[in-house]
Every structure is written in structure tokens, then in C-alpha cells.
Ligand binder design. Sequence first.
Ligand code: HEC
Ligand code: HEC
Length: 447
Amino acid sequence: MLMKRVFVAMFLFVTLGLVATADDSKEMTPAERGKYNLTHRPYGFPLLNQKMFARLWTVWEPEWKSKVNPEDPDQIRRLSFERYGFSEAPYENGGAPMQFVSTPVGWVQTCMLCHGGRLPGSGESFIGAPNSELDMQTFYEDAVKLTGLKSPINMSFGMSRGRTNAFVFSIELMRRRNEDLSARATPMPVGEYKDADLDPIPWWHFKKKTALYVDAGVKGDFTRPIMQFTMGEPNGEKIKSWESDFKDIVAYLRTIEPPKYPWPVDAKLASEGKKVFEQNCAMCHGTYGPQGKYPNRVVPLKEVGTDPVRIEALTKEFRAYFNRTWFAKDAQAEENPVGYVAPPLDGVWASAPYFHNGSVPTVYGVLTQEARPRYFRRAGTIKDYDTRDLGLKVESLAAPASKELSGEARRRVIDTTLQGLGNDGHPFGFHLTEKQKRGVIEYLKTL
Ligand code: HEC
Ligand code: HEC
């Protein structure tokens, strides 16, 4: 019964989807079409609809339920956004947050679930800013409780707020398909991998990259590799039919510029910091301004010393399998990655927390081992920001979250002793004096 409803729904929404886009996408540049596709076209399954979203609170724990005024739909929406880490779309979106596209038959998850977040300070929703507020695990648990729908795959969506186990979904969804993306009866063996919470990469660096991902592990034409994020859609032929849409999405991603730092900057301190940066950081992170050069430098794990799980978690078998699939026809995954790429640092103020796993809340912490809290929780609201240390305002805790707390409350505490969340390494700024560090931080605000 339910399956039938879902099929009817999918049929409707595919037909309506095609009609709706035929007119709208004329006369646009590829980048404009790409932006339109990302923000208006569904690439996957409708998970729930506005009515269901408004009822999710009925499955919340008592401490959350007690905050709800059932007579006030706006208040319920605000609380729901706060609980899951959703934000209002900065474009007409049929009532859905920017993390979904609204279709006649329901809301379909978009790339902005993870790649659309609010900027600290203004709280403005920004396409391409990592969603540092997302708790995907709580959202899916609640949606399953409310709808009774169950994912066929048992896996963790993430163990800490603001991060997701994104590569593990990729592995689990891909090993259930053949190389041509048709369904496989038995999952492809891909070796022993590990769960690893990852911080999404800001999209404003995309234009500078010669390889994708934190290990610079995928080279070639990026169109098909980024389509692996649509594998929630069961029908492989349908995924393939979206390739031209994604060519335009790639063109759009290349146009995204970093958001400007919105608070005052000490120009004199910043120009001193620029010199320190050029001597100590630029060989890896590049130079900026009109003549700026970004070296796309991958730093071996032994040298950078940050958490190794992301490199070890993706097995060689999986990378080799990826290379045989449709996604890799014009691209190639590195089968033996050596370490992490040094990312560009323009707009770095807006992509806190730092490192590939978001294990360090501030840039000052990146430069100073003792300023990295072992357990921390975000403090205040989106308006709050640590302008001195450049990064998230957090509360440092003496202990990990108590096991008695709900999963939602536990995931707000970042425990850097957990697998994949380690906050060691990157010793490259430790030797700087306090004054030099403050200068570098001031300089980074200007990029
Ligand atoms: C569940 C969260 C999630 C969703 C949904 C998601 N991404 Fe990502 N994305 C990530 C994470 C995490 C990374 C970093 C992974 C890594 O490098 O290990 C990433 C990396 C990327 C990168 C690499 C950027 C770079 O500079 O190397 C691109 C491009 C990208 N995603 C595009 C997309 C597109 C397009 C979609 C929608 C079709 C999408 N993502 C959906 C979480 C997500
Ligand atoms: C030897 C190369 C190298 C040098 C030198 C270096 N870094 Fe890095 N840096 C990296 C790598 C690699 C990463 C990514 C580590 C990870 O994500 O695990 C990184 C990450 C960072 C990040 C986090 C970025 C983010 O978005 O998560 C910041 C900030 C940073 N470096 C600042 C600096 C500053 C400031 C200096 C100079 C004092 C510096 N780095 C020197 C290689 C380097």
C-alpha cells in the first residue's frame, strides 16, 4: 500500500518536475541553470511533506516537547529548525527550509542539507557554507518514528552535530549497485571501513581545486563524482539522466565567492600578519589577491598529524570499485591517498569548526595546541562568534556527555576522544609568538 503510494507520488513529481523546469531554464547561463537546478529540482525521493514536518514534534523527547505550544505553528517551525539545524531558504522555496526542495508530493533532501548553512553574526542562509548546525541523525530518527518508513540500510548518519558520516553513506549505497548503477542483490565486499564524522567543505574553494575531497582523492571531470551524493535515489537510470543538470551545477559551484568578514579588522595588525603568513603558511595554503596562487598541496599524514581515520576509513577495495563504476568514467580515485590537502583559507572565518573533522573550534586553536578543547559544545546563538580567536563560540567541558542524555543532547557535545574526531596535529603554527598568531588571524579576516 505504502509502496504504491510512493510510486504514484514519484510518477507525479517526475512529470510535474519536467514541466516546471522546461520554461524556467531557458535563456540562462550554465551557472544560472546550475543554481536553479540545485535550489529547485529534486534529485531523489520525497522524504516527508510540510504537514509531516509540522508534526515531527509529536515524537520528540519530553524536555523538547514541553517547549512546544501546539497552537503556534511558527514557534513549532522555529524549534524544529533549531533541533535539526535547518535554515530558511534565501529564495522562494514553497515553505521548505533550504535543506530541501519542495515538490508537489513532498520535500526532497538537497545538497544544502550539508552544504547550506547560516553565517555567524548575521544568521543569513548561504549556499555553499558548511551547515555547522545540522543533526542529520536526530532528523532521520524522528522522521522514521513519525512515518514508520525504515531505511533498508542500518548505518549511522553522524555522531556529532555539524558533521555527517557522509563517506560511509557513499560506501553503503554504492556497494549495493553494480558498476552501471543497477541494483545488486548482494552488497559488493569492500573491506573493513570505519565510521568517520566529516565537516562539509565550503563550496567557495571549488574553483581552485584540481582534485576533490579532503584527501584530494578524485581527479578528472568532477561532474559524475559529485553525483554520488544523489544515491539516495534507488533508480540508477534516473541518476544517470541528471548528468547534464550536474554539468551546470559544476559551472555554478565554480562561481561561488566566499562571504566577507562582517566585523571590523585592524589593518595594521593584518599587514604584519600577512608577512608571517607568507613565510609560514603560504607554501601550503597559497597566496591571495589578484596574483594569488593555490598549490593544491597534499601533506602526508605523518607530517600533518591530524586524525587519520578519514584516510584509513576508505578502503583500497572501495576506491578500486568506485573507479569501475559509472561515476568514474571521466574521473579517477586515488587508490593510495597519502594525506590531507591544505585547503585555501579565503572565507575561513565562515567555515568553523576546523580541520576535515571539525575538531577544533577556532583558528587560534589551529595555531595553539593548548587552545584546543577536548570536549566542547557550541555556546550562544548563531549571532555569537569568537572574533578574537576566529571561530565558534564554545563552552569547554570537563567531561564527555553523560550516557543518560538523549542522543540529540549527546551529539551537541563534541568529544575529540571519539574515533575520527581527534584534534591533534598541524603543528605548523605552534612556534609563532602570540603577537604573530594574532597578526595571522587578523590577516585571515581580510581574505
Ligand atoms: C550528508 C551531507 C552531504 C550532502 C547531502 C552532500 N554533501 Fe557534498 N560533501 C559532504 C562532505 C562531508 C564532504 C567532504 C568529504 C571529504 O572530503 O571527505 C563533501 C564534499 C563535497 C565536494 C568536494 C569539495 C572540494 O573542494 O573538494 C563537493 C563538490 C560536494 N561535496 C558537492 C555536493 C553536491 C553537489 C551535493 C548534492 C548532490 C552534495 N555535495 C551533497 C557532505 C555532503
Ligand atoms: C606543511 C603544510 C602546511 C603548513 C606549513 C600550514 N598548514 Fe594549515 N593545513 C595544512 C593541512 C594539510 C590542513 C588540513 C588538515 C586536516 O583537515 O586534517 C591544514 C588546515 C589548516 C586550517 C583549517 C582549515 C579548515 O577550513 O578546516 C587552518 C585555519 C590552517 N591550516 C592555518 C594555517 C596557518 C595560519 C598556517 C601558518 C602558520 C598553516 N596553516 C601552515 C597544511 C599546512
